[in-house]
Write a protein that binds this ligand. Sequence first.
Ligand code: SAH
Ligand code: F3S
Length: 443
Amino acid sequence: MNKKKKFYIKTWGCQMNDYDSLTIANILKKNKIYTDTNNYYEADILILNTCSIREKAQEKLFHQLGRWKQLKNQNPNIIIAVGGCVANQEGKKIIKRSNFVDIIFGTQTLHRLPKMIEKHNKTKKISIDISFPKMEKFKNIIQPKYPNFSASISIMEGCNNYCSFCIVPYTRGKESYRPIKDIIKEVSKLSEQGIKEIQLLGQNVNSYYHIGTSGKKYTFSKLLKKISMISKIKRIRFITSNPMDFTDDIINSYYEIPKIVSFLHLPIQSGSNRILKLMKRPYSVEKYQDIVYKLKKARPQIQISSDFIVGFPGETQEDFEDTINIIKKINFDMSFSFIYSVRPGTPASKLKDNVTLIEKKNRLKILQKQIKKQALNWSNKMINSIQKILVEKIHNINENEFIGKTENYRTVIVKSKKNLLGKIIKVNITKKNKNILHGKHIQ
Ligand code: SAH
Ligand code: F3S
């Protein structure tokens, strides 16, 4: 019998990339000759799933490849494959600098990897495919098994927005949407496997659009409604939303669908209208505030998180202060923040960047300190409140203790003699110890 070929995947980047790596693993494992390993020393196939959203992505890639080259020197039969956003961006250039790489595949061609490996085994030739075959990837998704009652599912790919700083539209291509019947089928299957929480993934989920076979038009809010009708699914999350198309029908879903969590990641990027314009984000700070106002009317307990970029070209002290002001006004919960990073080929890369690195770092520090303070306040406010948690694990030391997550991603420990695993329960939060909340099961 043939020995199984072991593959190792190293992943950088966002949830989308994590999801892609799971898909790669499943597609390979479907063919019984492949199995995965966590130890790259014993791997026959080394796969790198890259991210290029911020700087040094190329440097990081060649650094990693340098380390893997040593493994290949010892065993020339090892196959090295590079995929993800840097692969789309750099393509053939990767081979020029690292001629020991065997396969380059793109964000939209990862499902072709088994064929590319097969071809390489036969011909020993370098194989490159970074094309954008529309929809083909979706058709090849194999749903992985999820260990903790929560699963992610991709509903769309790519982005049409071309924010001036962002590389994503160039590395993931134009938007394409998965047919609604496929999404519903997959979510139903997951719910039958015990999944209680579903997270819808896409660069821009709000712009989801699909015309069903009967000619019916499905927008994002209609998709939410359909998913909410799957009774075994108890919680719905989605990421990422762009304020530009966070329309009233989506806001109304917060009235109509209690299963949607009271937590929303809605990246504002900057609190200055002047900078938002330069970023080509087609909304104003006032429009953003209006969305949050309406959301709070629908769900008074909702918490909002965001992404922020500091030090965008031309950002003045005043612009930055506007960002701090909006952070305080919205009272954002835990958020992500980054120093602006020039991405080659993007419109912003042509703007004059006159903010010093010291100043950028200083602004980031101030911003992160403010966010941290607010997130801590949110956690403190939860003490003595009633929260719904999805119980994901049993405590690894205390058998009668269970660990769950609130809708706003806080970890809660709860004691119980009954098995609560996989249940959504109501708890009264009694105390906070470091970052962990403790609660009493009430229902
Ligand atoms: N579709 C999402 C963003 C996806 S990229 C949206 O509309 O907001 C994730 C985050 O990375 C962005 O929100 C932004 O804050 C950050 N980011 C993207 N490009 C960047 C760059 N060139 N420099 C710094 N941060 C960047
Ligand atoms: Fe990037 Fe803007 Fe799209 S941040 S992913 S171009 S919405």
